[in-house]
Design a binder for this molecule. Structure first.
Ligand code: 4GN
Length: 232
């Protein structure tokens, strides 16, 4: 799988060189191709922004460098092309999984007040949002989306444990985790976890997940309940 990223700030994507995602890239499970939009500018000073028509604050990214960068990276329109924006569909675990199964991807990262609408109309398949808030650029949103979708790509998560066992796969939040020492600052690890009784451990974790979810996210429980009645 190849993930292309078009940005004015390619250095930011060094964040993905670390830990689990960094290893996935190193091992070749995924290819991350970060492209500097500026290198496609036909302006003599490599300018990529200009004043908004109609006036107003800030600058708008010009369409030419974006259009040419997208043509260069995905000439056959093979990629699913995504623009990170608060107008987009919300990223969920289900959406991340879907993107992980969509073949090669292209993420366009806007900056300043936004991107000339014609670049979006010509180049982009869909907009994607992390939620109802605004960032100074699409880069951090793209990195979050890439991290969450790569967790669903086989070979990215090291251990035999898959993304399936964790929060949201069955609409419930995760149970609490503990490691050594058995007592820390007077707080003990729950007895059942050191009992070695696998069935009781599973039962305790399930109960914890349900209790935590109903306390913190009752909306998820409703979802869970309807899914699990539909099955029967
Ligand atoms: C995405 C991008 C928020 C999100 C963004 C989000 C950059 N802010 N909620 N900012 O996922 C102007 C240029 C806004 C692109 C966009």
């Amino acid at each position: 799988m190849t993930i292309n990223v078009l940005t004015l700030f390619p250095e930011m994507f060094a964040a993905l060189e670390h830990s689990v995602i960094g290893r996935a890239i190193q091992s070749g499970v995924v290819r991350l191709n970060v492209v500097n939009i500026r290198s496609f500018s036909k302006d003599k000073h490599l300018k990529c922004d200009d004043y908004p028509y109609g006036g107003g604050a800030g600058m708008v990214m010009t369409p030419q460098p974006i259009f040419d960068a997208v043509q260069a990276v995905d000439p056959q329109r093979i990629c699913r092309r995504i623009y990170l924006s608060p107008k987009g569909q919300t990223l969920t675990a289900a959406k991340a999984k879907q993107l992980s199964e969509s073949g090669d991807l292209l993420f366009l990262c806007g900056h300043y007040e936004g991107v000339d609408q014609r670049a979006i109309d010509l180049c982009i398949d869909e907009e994607l949002s992390l939620g109802d808030f605004v960032l100074t650029g699409g880069e951090l949103a793209a990195m979050v989306a890439i991290d969450s979708l790569l967790r669903f790509v086989p070979g990215v998560l090291g251990s035999e444990q898959s993304a399936v066992d964790e929060s949201f796969s069955d609409s419930l939040l995760e149970y609490p985790q503990y490691t050594r020492p058995r007592v820390f600052e007077g707080l003990e690890v729950p007895e059942v976890l050191v009992s070695g009784h696998h069935e009781n451990v599973e039962k305790w974790r399930r109960e914890q997940s349900l209790a935590i979810t109903s306390r913190l996210r009752p909306d998820l429980i409703e979802n869970f309940a309807s899914k699990n009645t539909a099955k029967e």
